[in-house]
Design a protein around this ligand. Structure first.
Ligand code: 4AD
Ligand code: MG
Length: 448
């Protein structure tokens, strides 16, 4: 489809031509006969230059001066249609600029609250609906988009079918995390914490399946890694063991990193992400260590200078400082496998010969971005699963349909869930998860 207005990201294909761009004025400077406009349209930012004598020559003294005067007075975030000739410009990082030949104001903007000066995080979060227009936030959303695109592509290429799990559910998917409860015509219903249990039904019906949707956790934790609403990619597949599942997870995460390198290089550039590091993660095999080996390492190194974590006993779950130290120690994405059953979800299959450990893995991102994937091989035996449900204080009646999956042709199966926003922070190199989703939901924030 031909476009009436050219996107800034595409101006490279129009060097020497006169084009029209629909954009907003992000910033403005200049003196006397010259005005510089920083334009943005969501695809990129670039500079347009207006030169007074050119306007007088084209439109005559009166109209030319009036037009130039309008340009000089443009305020931040005014929307405009700008006509101009695309020039290559080696001095600018973007590589191109626009020599303005005409400009029309579309929508005025007075006293835009986010000025080019520094603002505090709370202020920016209160203005999230506008903050999204800034360069860094644009780059974050472009990376998020590239990850979603690469995900669908990867699953499609690997024979997975998209299978949509419900968001309203009568039972908990993860007994280890908090639920949001709501009234469903007089009965309690819960917002989904993960599509996994439904996906297991899907795997028995369709083979390899995945879902992608918002999930909800009433996490009281106020950390830079936790949202109460986030987007998860869950995948589930029959006739696989957990080791095979790890191979697929590794290939998936590599495909995601590659997808961002291919589709959003300009965004990585804006964020000054170290892409050499990202490429290292593509080239090296991910590390795989057991929970028990990780505990040995943590105990052995607890008095080291760089060990910013507290002593941990075998059997305890890791806190973020432990996870950060382990992933830094290996300098690569690291699978921690076979955690204690005691703090993992009820549906995980025990390690053969060691009932205290389960066939699961968390994938820890390097550089301190935390856990990006949780996955496991699922319990396939009806009686053992029923026992686990009871042991975990859950009501078997709520899980009757899930238990039936073990009565009619139960097969070994495994799956995993990747938290999209954690992946965004990791690939973007941004420490706080609130910038990885358009409108973050956190302990003390539900507006805007
Ligand atoms: O490890 P989790 O809890 O695993 C599951 O929910 C499984 N049912 C998935 C499966 O096997 N299909 O969550 C999966 C991922 C985590 O690794 C993390 O990346 C992300 O979801 N995550 C969060 N992201 C943001 N905010 C939170 N509060 C998160 N909790 C988990
Ligand atoms: Mg987890």
């Amino acid at each position: 489809m031909s476009k009436k207005y050219i996107s800034i990201i595409d101006v490279k294909d129009h060097v020497g031509q006169e084009i029209t761009i629909g954009a907003w004025v992000a910033n403005k400077s200049g003196k006397g006969k010259i005005a510089f406009l920083q334009l943005r349209d969501g695809t990129a930012f670039f500079q347009a230059v207006a030169f007074k004598p050119n306007f007088i020559e084209k439109f005559g003294e009166e109209e030319g001066l009036a037009k130039f005067d309008t340009i000089k007075k443009l305020s931040q975030e005014t929307s405009v249609l700008v006509k101009g000739i695309v020039k290559e410009d080696e001095r600018s990082k973007f590589g191109y600029e626009l020599d303005v030949t005409d400009l029309e104001v579309i929508g005025e903007s007075t006293d835009y609250p986010i000025t080019p000066k520094e603002h505090g995080t709370d202020f920016l979060m209160d203005h999230r609906h506008l903050w999204l227009r800034s360069r860094k936030q644009m780059a974050m959303m472009q990376i998020r988009n590239a990850l979603i695109y690469a995900s669908y592509e990867f699953f499609d290429q690997n024979g997975f079918i998209k299978f949509d799990s419900p968001i309203l559910s009568g039972n908990a998917a993860e007994n280890t995390t908090e639920l949001f409860e709501t009234d469903y015509f007089g009965n309690p219903a819960f917002l989904s914490q993960s599509g996994q249990l439904y996906l297991e039904a899907g795997a028995m019906a369709l083979g390899r399946v995945f879902d992608f949707g918002p999930v909800f956790r009433a996490e009281k934790s106020k950390t830079r890694r936790h949202l109460t609403e986030f987007w998860m990619m869950d995948a589930e597949y029959p006739f696989v063991t957990h080791d095979e599942s790890l191979d697929l997870q590794e290939a998936y995460v590599k495909a995601l990193i590659q997808g961002v390198l291919d589709r959003a290089p300009q965004a990585l550039d804006i964020l000054e992400r170290n892409t050499d590091l990202l490429k290292t993660y593509l080239e090296q095999p991910f590390k795989r260590v057991s929970y028990d080996e990780a505990i040995d390492l943590l105990q052995e190194h607890e008095n080291d200078e760089d060990a910013d974590y507290e002593h941990i006993e075998r059997g305890e779950d890791f806190g973020s400082p432990h996870e950060t130290w382990i992933s830094n120690y290996f300098g690569l994405p690291t699978f921690i496998v076979n955690y204690p059953a005691s703090f993992k979800a009820f549906y995980m299959k025990p390690v053969p010969g060691n009932e205290d450990r389960v066939l699961c893995a968390d994938l820890l991102a390097p550089e301190g971005y935390g856990e990006i994937i949780g996955g496991s091989e699922r319990e396939t035996d009806y009686d053992k699963l029923l026992e686990k449900i009871k042991e975990n204080g859950l009501d078997p009646k709520d899980y009757d349909w899930y238990l039936q999956l073990r009565q009619y042709g139960s097969v070994p199966h495994a799956g995993f869930g990747l938290g999209l926003e954690r992946m965004v922070t990791f690939v973007a190199g941004t420490k706080h998860i609130r910038e990885a989703i358009p409108f973050p939901r956190m302990l003390h924030r539900i507006k805007p």
